[in-house]
Design a binder for this molecule. Structure first.
Ligand code: HEM
Length: 441
C-alpha cells in the first residue's frame, strides 16, 4: 500500500510529494472525512468524497464544474477540441458523435478478432514462461492492449500503432508550474506548443482520415471511419474535418486507461489465491479448454466481480479534476468560484466512511445484490454524470477478454524482490513495471 502522511502536508511538502507521485500527498484525514476544504498557497482546494457531493458536482450542477483549467489546458494543447479537452457546446457536439462511435453495438463485431489477437499473443507468452525469467507484465499487457485497441481504431493498420503509442504519452507529466494558479495569459505562454509526439501523431491521423473520406475506401468501418462519418443527431452534420481529427485523437488517448485495470488484476490475484482459484474455476467452466466465445463473455460473473473490485482499489483514473465556475455550496460547504474541486476515486474507493475494511481485496463486495448496499456515487471508476467515460462498455469487454484468455492458460506470481508501487498522474500505473513469473496452468 502507498504510505500516507499522518497529517496534511504543507503547500511545499504537498507539491514535493505530488511531483514524486501524484497520490502520495493524500494524508489520513482525506480517507476519514467526506468533505475537506484546504488552501495550498493561494489556491483553494475542495476534496469531495461524500457521494451526495460527488453527485452534485458530476451530475446535478455539472455545468458549474468544468474540468480544472490547468489540466484541461494540458489536454487541449495536444488534443484540441476532442471530448477529453473541450467544454460547453463544442464538447456536447463531440460527445454526440463520439458516443455512438464506441458504444457496445458498434464494437460488437470486433470481439472475435480481439479474442484472436489476445490468444495469439498469449500463445507467445508460453516461451517466456518456459524460460522462468521475471517479465514486466505491465509492459506486456500494454503491447497487447495497443494491438487490441488498434484493431478497433483502424482495423489493425500498422501505421496507427505509432499513433496510439504517441498519444498515450499525452498529457505530459504536469510540473508544479502547471499546478500553481496563474492568470490565463501566463498559463498559455507557459503551456507552450503541442509536443512533437502529438504533431507527428496528427500527421499520420490526417492520412488515415483522408483514406476513409475517399468514397472508394475499401477498409472496415473502424472507429476512425465512424467518427469521420458520424452525424451529430442534433445538427444533422458531421464534425468539421479538424474537429473530427481532434476527436479521433481524444478517443485514441482515452483508450490507454484500460491497460491500467488489466495490470492490477493480476497483482491482486497473485496475492489472493482463493479469489484466483475461484476465477480459474469459472474461466475453465465457461471456456471448456477452448478460446472464449464472444457470446460467453457475459457468463464470466465472478471475473466481472474481480474486475470491479480491482478498479475500486486501483482506479485507472485516480483523480477527477474540476473547477467551480461560480460560487456554490457542496454538502453545506461554501465553494468560491475558482476553487479547485477534486473528486478522487483513489480516496472515495478506500474511504473509511464508505467501505468496510476499505484496503482489503474482496470481490464479494460486487456480488449480485450488493450494489443496493452502497451509494451509486461511492464507486466511480468510469466517473459519472454527463461526462461519464464514453467507452465504459467497450473497456469492460476488453478486460473480460483479456482475463478469459490469460487466466485459461497462466497464473502469475510476483517476482521476488521487486516492490510494487502505485503511481498516478493521469492514470494509475505500477511504477517501474509489474514483474511476475509466468506459470502455465
Ligand atoms: C478501464 C478503462 C477505463 C476507465 C477506468 C476510464 C475512466 C474514465 C473516467 C474516470 C473518465 C472521466 C474523466 C474526467 O471527467 O475527468 C473518463 C472519460 C473519458 N474516457 Fe474513459 N476510461 C476507460 C477506458 C476508456 C477507453 C477505452 C476509451 C476510448 C475511447 C475512453 C475514452 C474516454 C473519453 C473520450 C472520456 C471523456 C468523456 C467526456 O469528457 O465526455 N476511456 N474515462
Amino acid at each position: 500500500m502507498l504510505p500516507r502522511p499522518k497529517k496534511p502536508l504543507s503547500t511545499l511538502g504537498a507539491l514535493r510529494a505530488a511531483s514524486r507521485n501524484a497520490l502520495s500527498f493524500c494524508d489520513e484525514e482525506l480517507f476519514d472525512r467526506l468533505i475537506v476544504s484546504r488552501r495550498y498557497g493561494l489556491q483553494r482546494v475542495l476534496f469531495v468524497s461524500d457521494p451526495a457531493g460527488v453527485k452534485h458536482v458530476l451530475l446535478d450542477r455539472f455545468d458549474n464544474y468544468p474540468r480544472w483549467s490547468s489540466s484541461r489546458r494540458l489536454f487541449e494543447t495536444e488534443l484540441g477540441t476532442g471530448t477529453l479537452a473541450s467544454e460547453g457546446e463544442v464538447w456536447r457536439r463531440h460527445r454526440r458523435v463520439a458516443t455512438p462511435a464506441i458504444d457496445a453495438r458498434s464494437v460488437a463485431s470486433d470481439i472475435p478478432e480481439l479474442i484472436a489477437i489476445a490468444e495469439a499473443r498469449a500463445g507467445r507468452l508460453n516461451a517466456v514462461a518456459r524460460k522462468g525469467q521475471p517479465v514486466d507484465l505491465q509492459g506486456w499487457l500494454n503491447r497487447l492492449s495497443v494491438a487490441m485497441w488498434n484493431h478497433v481504431v483502424s482495423g489493425g493498420d500498422p501505421d496507427c500503432v505509432e499513433v496510439i503509442n504517441m498519444l498515450a504519452q499525452v498529457p505530459r507529466r504536469p510540473s508544479p508550474i502547471d499546478i500553481v494558479p496563474k492568470p490565463s495569459w501566463l498559463s498559455e505562454i507557459l503551456t507552450g506548443a503541442p509536443s512533437s509526439q502529438s504533431v507527428a501523431a496528427n500527421a499520420t491521423l490526417d492520412r488515415l482520415i483522408a483514406a476513409r473520406r475517399d468514397p472508394a475506401y475499401p477498409g472496415p468501418r473502424d472507429l476512425i471511419w465512424r467518427v469521420v462519418h458520424g452525424i451529430d443527431r442534433e445538427t444533422g452534420q458531421p464534425l468539421p474535418p479538424s474537429e473530427a481529427r481532434d476527436e479521433v485523437a481524444s478517443l485514441v488517448n482515452g483508450g490507454v486507461a484500460t491497460v491500467r485495470a488489466m495490470t492490477w488484476i493480476w497483482y491482486l490475484l497473485a496475492l489472493c489465491p482463493e479469489a484466483e482459484a475461484r476465477l480459474h474455476d469459472e474461466v475453465d467452466a465457461v471456456t471448456a479448454g477452448q478460446p472464449i466465445e464472444a457470446d460467453k463473455l457475459q457468463q464470466l460473473r465472478y471475473v466481472r466481480q474481480v474486475l470491479d473490485e480491482t478498479m475500486r482499489l486501483y482506479p485507472p483514473i485516480p483523480s477527477i479534476f474540476r473547477e467551480a465556475a461560480e460560487d456554490d455550496v457542496v454538502c453545506g460547504e461554501p465553494v468560491k468560484a475558482g476553487t479547485f474541486v477534486l473528486v478522487m476515486p483513489w480516496l472515495i474507493h478506500r474511504h473509511r466512511k464508505l467501505w468496510t475494511d476499505p484496503d482489503s481485496f474482496d470481490p464479494e463486495r460486487f456480488a449480485a445484490g450488493m450494489a443496493a448496499q452502497r451509494h451509486r456515487y461511492a464507486y466511480l471508476p468510469f466517473a459519472a454524470g454527463p461526462r461519464v467515460c464514453v467507452a465504459a462498455a467497450f473497456a469492460m469487454t476488453q478486460l473480460l477478454i483479456t482475463v478469459a484468455v490469460l487466466a485459461r492458460r497462466f497464473r502469475f506470481r510476483m517476482a521476488p524482490g521487486r516492490a510494487v508501487i502505485p503511481s498516478g498522474t493521469a492514470t494509475l500505473r505500477a511504477r517501474g513495471g509489474l514483474y511476475v513469473l509466468v506459470e502455465p496452468r
